[in-house]
Ligand binder design. Structure first.
Ligand SMILES: NC(=O)c1ccc[n+]([C@@H]2O[C@H](COP(=O)([O-])OP(=O)(O)OC[C@H]3O[C@@H](n4cnc5c(N)ncnc54)[C@H](OP(=O)(O)O)[C@@H]3O)[C@@H](O)[C@H]2O)c1
Length: 310
């Protein structure tokens, strides 16, 4: 079910730093593991230290198993993987900013930011910041991360990429997009993690992708009796494994053929147009304006002014 995804896997220097949000399970786990197996230094940014540390142990054991079975083609020549945990709870802007501060203070470069963590069909709930939870976890906190980490990426050398693991959600709405409804009945639209407002930037490559239907823990938010739970039971038979789902992210993150190519949305690893609303400049501006207002206490005037004048 993984499709015909084929790209050249070249070793990655351990000096290249990769951050994967939600790297402890599902698509993020496989993505983080593969980036580390190719040689990069990977940070999994997760809300639970316990789940993250267990995931790191599993990644290392998967790697040792692979070496034992001599399945080492394209895999780094090392005894161990470089994967570490950093705390990040995207349902809290304070936690997100603390992650940024800790990363910035470390003085490390950043080459690849993989905005992967996400929740789906979550019951209507609000975060400590007063935002609808899916809106904040999937989109707003990733935007805050990106605002603060881009300057570091800009100073971190060549071929740096921001990957937004998105979904088909940008197409799933029957009413016209309205910024007034972002936090509520229109949240599926924002799972697209609307990066179009960022696309005018010319120093970092942005790639968005839809991994398709992947059999992960993403269903944990579904209510037991909901139509989603029943639909999932049916479509699960046709879904991809997390490793196959991660191929979509890895393509965007490491495919050398994409070096120099800017700002693409991938469906099945092929460039596709996003929904017309997502490409509408007026909507992009209103979403940016609204997002900046939600992040008011966590961004500087410099960031606000820089983004407003793009
Ligand atoms: N699976 C699919 O069919 C599918 C389809 C389209 C798009 N996607 C997208 O793919 C991405 C990965 O999803 P997945 O399928 O791998 O789901 P998953 O198995 O549920 O993994 C989601 C990850 O996000 C993390 N996360 C959730 N809330 C968080 C928070 N507040 N702060 C930090 N991390 C948080 C989870 O951490 P915990 O383990 O601590 O909960 C977990 O690591 C998501 O963006 C999802 O929207 C998935």
């Amino acid at each position: 079910m993984g499709g015909n995804i084929s790209f050249q896997r070249i070793p990655i220097s351990k000096d290249r730093i990769v951050v994967v949000t939600g790297g402890n399970t599902g698509i993020g786990y496989e993505t983080a593991k593969w980036m580390a197996m190719l040689g990069a230094s990977v940070i999994i940014a997760c809300r639970s230290e316990k789940r993250a540390q267990e995931a790191i142990t599993r990644m290392k054991s998967d790697f040792r198993e692979r070496v034992k079975e001599q399945k080492t083609e394209g895999v780094t020549q090392t005894d161990d993987l470089s994967v570490e945990f950093m705390k990040l709870d995207l349902s809290s802007l304070k936690s997100t900013k603390e992650f940024v501060d800790q990363f910035t203070e470390s003085g490390r470069p950043l080459n690849t930011l993989i905005c992967n963590a996400g929740i789906a069909f979550h019951p209507l709930e609000y975060t400590e910041d007063g935002n609808e939870t899916m809106f904040q976890v999937n989109y707003l906190s990733h935007l805050l991360l990106t605002f603060h980490l881009l300057p570091i990426m800009k100073r971190s050398g060549d071929d740096n990429r921001v990957i937004l693991v998105s979904s088909h959600g940008h197409n799933n709405h029957s009413t016209p997009f309205s910024v007034d409804k972002i936090q509520g009945n229109n949240t599926t639209q924002i799972t697209f993690q609307d990066s179009n407002t960022m696309e005018t930037r010319n120093y970092i490559r942005f790639y968005k992708l839809n991994p398709g239907l992947v059999d992960t823990e993403v269903t944990r938010g579904f209510q037991d009796s909901s139509w989603m739970t029943w639909s999932w039971k049916i479509v699960r038979a046709f879904s991809k494994s997390p490793a196959e789902g991660a191929e979509h992210t890895l393509n965007a993150a490491i495919n050398p053929a994409l070096k120099g190519v800017r700002d693409v949305y991938f469906q099945d690893c092929k460039p596709k147009n996003t929904n017309a609303d997502a490409r509408n400049k007026d909507i992009q501006e209103s979403v940016l304006e609204y997002s900046l207002s939600c992040l008011n206490d966590y961004i500087t005037d410099d960031i606000r002014n820089e983004w407003k004048t793009q």
